[in-house]
Design a protein around this ligand. Structure first.
Ligand code: XIL
Length: 411
C-alpha cells in the first residue's frame, strides 16, 4: 500500500522556494459564517448564470450537473449553488505571494474560485513563519489581503494553521528556543494569541493544531519541536486551544490531521483527545480530516465510519484538504479517460460519505487542497499527479462532476 502522505512530507522540497512579500487587497461585505443559514445568502449573490444554477438546485438528477468529460467553467453549475441547503461551505486552498498558484495575480483563477467556492484557506501564507517570522514581529499583509479578498467576494476564511511541525514553516526562534518548557509555551502561546486576536471576527474557524499525532508510532504524540520543547509533553495542544478561544471566542476551533480517515490507532488518539478535552472543558469544536487519499485506498466504508466516529462525539467535522491522487504508482504520464472516470466516482463517494455520516448541524465544510492539477502540492520533480477538480486550463474534470453530482443529490 502506498501512502502518499509520507511522500508529501519527504517533499521537504517545497520549502526553500517560499518567500514572503507584501500584497494589498480591497475591502467588502457580507462574508458568510459557518452556520447553515448564511451560506445560502452567499451563493445567491454569485456569478454563475442563473439557468445553470437553477437547473442543478431544482433537481437531484445527475444529468443536470454536467455530462462532458471536460467543460469550461462557464457552462457548468456553480458548486456553491449546490451547498445552500446542505448546511456547509465549499472551499478551496489558494496560494499567495511566493506560491505558484498565487490567487492575487491570476484573474482566471479568481474567476473560477469566485464562481464555485464560498470558503477560502491559505495554502501557506497563514502558517507560523509567514505570520511571525522572527519572534514578536508579525507580518499580516498577505493574510490581510486574503481576508479582504474573501470578504469582498462573499466567502468565509478558514485559518490554517496556528501550530504545525513542518520544518519549512517553523520559525527559527521556535527551533532554537532554549528556555524552560514553561517559557517555551509562553512564547508559542503568544503566537496563538496574537494571531487569533488579530483575525478575530475575520477568520471563522482555525486549525489550531495540525498533525500532532505520529503515525510511525500511531499510539503516541509526534515528537515535534513543540512536544520536545514542552518538556516531552502534549500540553501545548490544550494550551493552544485555550489561548485561541480566549483570543477569539467566536471562532470554531479544529484539530486537523491526515490518515485519521483510516488509521484506527491514529483516529483513536483523536477520539481520546476529544473525550479528554470535553472532560476538562478544553474548547474544541471540531476535527478536520485532511483526506489526502488515493483512488483505491482507503475504502469508502472506512472513510465513512471514521467521519461517523467523530460525528458521534458531537463535534463538527470538516473535510479540510481533499484531493484524490491517481498516480500513486507513478506510471501515468497523462490523465486518461478511464482514470478520470474512476476519480469522478471516488470524489462522489467521498462527498456522499460525508453527507451520510455527518448530521447537517455538524458539517463544517469540504475544502479541496488546490484548484488546478498542475499546481497541486503532490507534484514534485519526480512525480506528477492529477488529484484535483480542475485541469490546468481551468476547465472542469469529471472529478468536478462527481462532487457536483453528490452535492446535488445530497440532503
Ligand atoms: C502544503 C502546501 O500545499 C504546499 O504548498 C507546501 O509546500 C507544503 O504544505 N497538510 C497540510 C497542509 O496541513 O498545510 C500542507 O500544505 C499539505 C499537507
Amino acid at each position: 500500500m502506498w501512502q502518499f502522505k509520507r511522500l508529501g512530507y519527504v517533499g521537504g522540497l517545497f520549502i526553500s522556494m517560499m518567500v514572503i512579500t507584501a500584497c494589498g487587497g480591497g475591502g467588502g461585505n457580507n462574508a458568510p459564517s459557518l452556520s447553515t443559514g448564511s451560506s445560502s445568502s452567499v451563493s445567491s449573490s454569485v456569478s454563475m448564470s442563473s439557468s445553470s444554477s437553477s437547473s442543478a438546485t431544482s433537481s437531484s438528477s445527475t444529468s443536470s450537473v454536467s455530462s462532458s468529460s471536460s467543460s469550461s467553467s462557464s457552462s457548468v453549475v456553480a458548486l456553491k449553488s449546490l451547498v445552500t441547503t446542505l448546511g456547509f461551505p465549499i472551499g478551496v486552498a489558494v496560494g499567495g505571494p511566493g506560491d505558484s498558484d498565487n490567487l492575487f495575480t491570476n484573474t482566471m483563477m479568481q474567476t473560477v474560485v469566485n464562481t464555485h467556492f464560498n470558503s477560502l484557506v491559505a495554502g501557506n501564507i497563514m502558517k507560523m513563519s509567514y505570520l511571525e517570522p522572527t519572534q514578536g514581529n508579525f507580518t499580516f499583509n498577505d493574510a490581510d489581503a486574503l481576508y479582504n479578498y474573501a470578504h469582498a467576494n462573499g466567502m468565509v476564511l478558514h485559518g490554517h494553521t496556528l501550530i504545525w511541525h513542518a520544518d519549512y514553516q517553523v520559525p527559527g526562534y521556535i527551533k532554537s528556543f532554549s528556555g524552560t518548557p514553561t517559557e517555551f509555551n509562553t512564547a508559542l502561546m503568544n503566537h496563538v494569541t496574537q494571531v487569533a486576536t488579530y483575525f478575530a471576527g475575520k477568520v471563522v474557524s482555525w486549525d489550531v493544531v495540525n498533525e500532532a499525532i505520529d503515525d510511525n508510532n500511531p499510539a503516541g504524540w509526534r515528537q515535534s519541536v513543540f512536544y520536545v520543547k514542552s518538556g516531552n509533553s502534549n500540553v501545548f495542544i490544550e494550551n493552544a486551544f485555550n489561548a485561541a478561544h480566549a483570543a477569539d471566542p467566536g471562532a470554531k476551533l479544529f484539530y486537523n490531521d491526515y490518515n485519521i480517515e483510516w488509521s484506527a490507532p491514529k483516529l483513536g488518539m483523536v477520539l481520546s483527545m476529544i473525550d479528554d478535552f470535553k472532560n476538562r472543558n478544553i474548547p474544541i469544536d471540531g476535527i478536520g480530516f485532511q483526506m489526502h487519499v488515493s483512488l483505491n485506498f482507503p475504502s469508502v466504508s472506512t472513510i465513512q465510519a471514521s467521519l461517523q466516529a467523530v460525528a458521534d462525539k458531537g463535534l463538527m467535522v470538516r473535510i479540510s484538504e481533499l484531493d484524490v491522487a491517481v498516480n500513486s504508482d507513478n506510471t501515468l504520464t497523462a490523465l486518461d479517460a478511464n482514470t478520470a472516470s474512476l476519480q469522478k466516482q471516488r470524489y462522489k463517494d467521498i462527498v456522499n460519505a460525508y453527507l451520510t455520516a455527518v448530521p447537517k448541524a455538524q458539517r463544517a465544510g469540504i475544502t479541496v487542497w488546490g484548484l488546478t492539477d498542475d499546481k497541486s502540492w503532490l507534484n514534485t520533480s519526480t512525480h506528477t499527479d492529477w488529484p484535483l477538480l480542475f485541469n490546468a486550463d481551468f476547465s472542469t474534470k469529471p472529478a468536478f462532476d462527481g462532487v457536483a453530482e453528490a452535492l446535488a443529490a445530497g440532503m
